[in-house]
Design a protein around this ligand. Structure first.
Ligand code: HEC
Length: 146
């Protein structure tokens, strides 16, 4: 009886662990997708494809700031593999560098939010955000599988 309970508990923990790990991977991917949707929206305004929209700009910079704040929790040790993640091992091997990338992104989002109240301000501040995205991807994200 006791042995049965122990085995059942182990199975329950095992399943819970796997679910938690794939959840966190899909959660961070979903946030990254939102990052990209917002970046596309902002770049469309900068190129003049869509009119400047201050509320949309505020929403984009807010989401980037919230994503930066969430990121430290979205890469736990048990999420190095699985869920077709493109996260590189360097995230866990070079946590100082990784944290600096997150901090740079948070800073670009916060500084940009104050500036992106006009098209001119958005044009000035968007390159810092794009650079933060690209710098981090270059070092810490695997290339897309073809
Ligand atoms: C601090 C590092 C970092 C920053 C900053 C960052 N990303 Fe990412 N991004 C990642 C990592 C790591 C992954 C891979 C996540 C995974 O597959 O588990 C990723 C994945 C993605 C993906 C693919 C999502 C998917 O569905 O697989 C997109 C799109 C993306 N990022 C866009 C952006 C954009 C746009 C920005 C800036 C506005 C940004 N990212 C900022 C680290 C970062």
């Amino acid at each position: 009886m006791i042995r049965t309970i122990v085995v059942m508990a182990a199975v329950a923990i095992g399943i819970g662990g796997v679910a938690a790990q794939s959840d966190v991977i899909s959660e961070r991917k979903a946030l990254m997708k939102k990052n990209a949707q917002h970046a596309k929206g902002m770049n469309g305004m900068i190129k003049g494809e869509t009119p400047f929209d201050a509320a949309a700009a505020a929403a984009a910079f807010t989401q980037w700031g919230e994503t930066a704040a969430a990121m430290p929790k979205l890469f736990p040790d048990n999420s190095k593999t699985g869920g077709e993640t493109r996260a590189l091992p360097k995230i866990w091997e070079d946590s100082a560098g990784w944290n600096a990338q997150i901090a740079g992104f948070a800073k670009a989002a916060a500084a940009g939010k104050a500036k992106a109240t006009s098209l001119e301000g958005l044009k000035e501040t968007m390159p810092a955000v794009s650079k933060a995205c690209n710098d981090c991807h270059e070092g810490y994200r695997a290339a897309q599988k073809k």
